[in-house]
Structures are given as C-alpha cells and as structure tokens.
Design a protein around this ligand. Structure first.
Ligand SMILES: Nc1ncnc2c1ncn2[C@@H]1O[C@H](COP(=O)(O)OP(=O)(O)OP(=O)(O)O)[C@@H](O)[C@H]1O
Length: 259
C-alpha cells in the first residue's frame, strides 16, 4: 500500500477551513491534502474540532472561511445530499439509523441517494428492475458487514457495534469514493475493536476507497492509518506518519495538557 501511495493523486484538498460559532473558533484555518486510497486519521482531544471538520467536509455545516475540493470540484457550499452524490459519504458519532426500520430497509433507502430515485421511491419502491438491483446490493452490503442473517431485524435492536457496522453498510450503499467514519469504534467491545482495523482495510480495498477516520482509540488509529492529522483547539498541529505524530512534542503536550 505505502509504495503505491506516492503514485496516487491528491483527491481532497482542504484550504484554510475555518468555522466560528459566535466567539469560538471550532476549526481554525485548517489545510491538508488526502491521497486516493489512503486511510487518513483525525485525532485530537475532546472539543478539538474533529466532528465540526467532518461537518464542514460533508455540507452539514457551512464554513466561515476556506474551501474543500474533491478531485478539483468544490465541495464547500454544496448541500449534504449533493456532497453524497459527488461520492463523499459518512457515518456519525451519534448513530443516525432509522431505528424502527429493518437493517435491509436502512441500506435500501440509502441507495436511493445514488440512484436519484429520492426518498419516497426508497420507501415505496421504484421500477422493478431497479428495485431488484437495490435489493441485491443491500444484501451484499449486509453480508459484507456480517449482518445478512439479521437483515429483517429492526436497527434499534442491534448492539452498538452492530449498529456501527450497519451505518458503514448504509454509507457504502451510496457508492462513495470517499468514506468518512466518525468514531467507528465507539461503543464496540474489545473483540469488535480488534476486528475493526482489518474490516476497514478490507472495505477500502474492495471498494477502492479513500477513508478518513476520527477515532479516540489510539492503538486502533496507529495500526490502521497511513497518515494521521492532529487537531487541538481547532488548529492542525501535526500531520504525518502515525509513529512520528505520536512522538511529536506538540501532540504529547496537547493530550497531556488537555485531559
Ligand atoms: N453547533 C455548534 N454551536 C456552537 N458550538 C459548537 C457547535 N458545534 C461544535 N461546537 C463547539 O466547537 C468545538 C469543537 O467541537 P467538535 O464537536 O467539533 O469537537 P470534537 O473534536 O469532535 O470533540 P469530541 O472528541 O468530544 O467529539 C467545541 O467547543 C464545541 O462545543
């Protein structure tokens, strides 16, 4: 992977991304590049601005200043569904599944972002051929995340770990090129965390994705990520190889001083 990384093109370019909430600067002049195929980690103490940065990157929160481009297309300024249609998909720190719907229905609805059939078509069904394709793909995605045998169960009944995996299946249903995972290990037990690294890599390889991941669980970040960026009080204080970043005095200070 590392050998090919240098040959890969930059797919995401963040330039001067800034977001103010009143007097607070949650994200402060953040610039970085992400290469195609990379697994790029985003870490930092609580309140450092990680989720706000993901929100800026996915159209949920407009930036106060700065731009994000994806393969030379401007992302900032687009509504979330337009960002998803460009091929940038995400999961949420606070899981956002349709809890009363089945796992299969959750994945099927998400696919209609991509097919352009709209939410109502997602709920009530579209032309039969398209519906068959959607159904087949939903099953394949549930199989990939290990939930095919529970496809008919309500999402709300699932354990945290299973809900996170279902969220990943749902994000993949939009056929993304870039996947943003907001704390995928949160609420997972030790065994599930152990499997997560190989699972994310498998997903990256199978779908030829670029992956950005916010994660508090440091061993997971260090094992998983090709590069890591560190935010502290909204500012990017380090970007690079996980081992180098972990040794960076500014990073050590941010964690020791912040917690
Ligand atoms: N909508 C909002 N209105 C006002 N302040 C906000 C809003 N969203 C985030 N903030 C503030 O911006 C700062 C960064 O928050 P953010 O959630 O992005 O941090 P984080 O690094 O994701 O934190 P955590 O690791 O705890 O999830 C915090 O001080 C937070 O209170």
């Amino acid at each position: 992977m590392t050998a090919t990384l240098t040959e890969r093109a930059t797919v995401l370019e963040a330039r001067g991304l800034t977001r103010r909430f009143g007097g607070l600067i949650a994200v402060n002049d953040v610039s970085f590049d992400v290469q195609g195929g990379e697994i790029f980690g985003l870490i930092g103490p609580n309140g450092a601005g990680k989720t706000t940065l993901f929100n800026l990157m996915t159209g949920l929160t407009p930036p106060s200043a700065g731009t994000l481009t994806y393969r030379d297309q401007r992302v900032t300024g687009l509504a979330p569904h337009r960002v998803a249609a460009l091929g940038i998909s995400r999961t949420f720190q606070n899981i956002r599944l349709f809890r009363a719907l089945s796992a299969l229905e959750n994945v099927k609805i998400a696919q209609h972002v991509r097919t352009g059939a709209g939410l109502w078509a997602g709920v009530f069904g579209t032309a039969r051929a398209e519906e068959a394709r959607v159904e087949e793909r939903a099953w394949a995605l549930l199989d990939l995340v290990g939930l095919a045998d529970r496809a008919g169960e309500s999402a709300g009944n699932f354990s945290y770990g299973d809900q996170r995996r279902l969220e990943i299946a749902r994000a993949l249903a939009t056929e993304p090129r870039v996947l943003l995972l907001d704390e995928p290990a949160a609420g997972m037990n030790t065994a599930e965390k152990g499997q997560l690294t190989s699972f994310i890599r498998e997903v990256r390889d199978r779908f030829d994705l670029t992956v950005l991941v916010i994660e508090h669980h440091v061993p997971l970040v260090m094992n998983l990520c090709d590069r890591v960026a560190v935010l502290n009080f909204g500012q990017l204080i380090a970007v690079g190889d996980p081992a180098d970043v972990q040794r960076d005095p500014r990073v050590i200070e941010a964690y020791l001083g912040g917690e």
